[in-house]
Design a protein around this ligand. Structure first.
Ligand code: ADP
Ligand code: TRP
Length: 321
């Protein structure tokens, strides 16, 4: 089973990203063939500054390696290092009706919210289709907002195959339904755009400061407290095993401790949880050349699949003359 996913290099990762997408991806490496790349061409639609984009790309690669992407068992690369994807993007453009892109929610949302209407934003799903179809994955794990993009990739592939025969594999999307939405410090979905995140690799002091801002009910120290529905408890739940969770529930029920105590506890739990990842991250930060070597190796592995595919497509579409 081959899985493929793209990750936009969009800055500081938060624990919603971790439980919603990174952890399932790391776990998938154990059972399937995983392809994961940093979608830096896609990020050009939102990051307008070259230096910043280059930094974000290296930072994302560093973070993903620290969090457990295994460059031996998986293929891990930066999108722009496998340029075949751009040729496929153009080939697929001729199989993409305008209406298909005009109906894309993410494009419609962004334009409605006043983002500039660049062609790159409009044709974003065609590049995403090229990312996917170049590598013939069985499954594309995505967040709910990306389902339509995978459907567009399927539509484009079907149109291409109708013309030139069964060459492109029709991908399936997979949404991690069992992964609950991680709440932010205000109880809404944790998201960069809501400013309610707890970052994975924040400084200890600023992480504690953020956790202290978690919205909780106002209740006297000595009173028994409800853990169900408490934002601190809900966040702690992600990190604790059953025994530790029962112990925390008892502390809530017993009274005598305030939410401030539970917040301190949560901050410690989160800090401990990511400890080994922080150590690995520091290692990779100090050895950026090693990160570059890993990415170059990943790009080479990806090209072994991409090149024959693009040759075949050039041939059937008459570009190879
Ligand atoms: P953000 O909302 O902070 O901009 P992204 O849209 O970049 O996050 O999400 C990257 C990945 O992390 C997606 O696969 C998304 O489904 C997952 N993710 C983001 N926030 C959460 C959350 N609060 N709970 C679960 N998964 C999340
Ligand atoms: N558009 C995806 C996102 O914003 C990132 C992405 C780019 C992607 N190419 C992909 C995801 C191919 C899966 C497959 O999250």
């Amino acid at each position: 089973m081959r899985l493929l996913t793209g990750i936009q290099p969009s800055g500081d990762l938060h624990i919603g990203n971790y439980f919603g997408s990174i952890k399932p991806m790391i776990e998938a490496q154990k059972t399937g063939e995983t392809f994961a790349f940093i979608a830096n061409y896609h990020a050009m639609t939102s990051v307008g500054e070259g230096k910043k984009l280059a930094e974000l790309t290296m930072q994302s690669a560093t973070d993903f390696l620290a969090l457990g992407i295994n460059p031996e068992s998986s293929t891990f690369w930066v999108q722009s290092d496998v340029k075949e994807v751009l040729e496929l993007y153009w080939i697929l453009s001729s199989f993409t009706p305008m209406g298909l892109l005009e109906r894309a929610h993410s494009y419609k949302d962004k334009t409605a919210r006043g983002f500039g209407t660049n062609h790159s934003l409009f044709s974003y799903p065609v590049l995403m289709a090229a990312d996917i179809l170049l590598f013939s994955p069985d499954i594309v794990p995505v967040g709910k907002d990306q389902i339509q993009h995978v459907e567009i990739a399927r539509d484009i592939a079907i149109k291409f195959n109708n013309q030139y025969g069964d060459i492109l594999k029709i991908p399936e999307f997979r949404v991690e339904e069992h992964v609950a939405t991680v709440p932010g410090i205000d109880g809404q979905k944790m998201s960069k755009s809501y400013g309610n995140t707890v970052n994975i690799f924040g400084e200890k002091k600023s992480q504690l400061k953020t956790i202290k801002k978690i919205v909780t009910e106002n209740i006297a120290l000595e009173d028994s407290k409800e853990f169900e529905g408490c934002n601190v408890y809900n966040m702690a739940k992600l990190f604790l095993d059953n025994d530790a969770l029962l112990e925390l529930q008892n502390r809530y029920k017993k009274g005598g401790e305030g939410h401030g105590h539970f917040k301190l506890y949560l901050a410690e739990v989160i800090w401990e949880y990511f400890k080994e990842y922080r150590v690995k991250r520091e290692y990779y930060q100090a050895n950026q050349n090693e990160v570059r070597e890993i990415l170059a190796m990943g790009a080479n592995k990806a090209k072994i699949l991409a090149q024959p595919m693009i040759e075949k497509l050039r041939s059937v579409s008459g570009i190879q003359y």
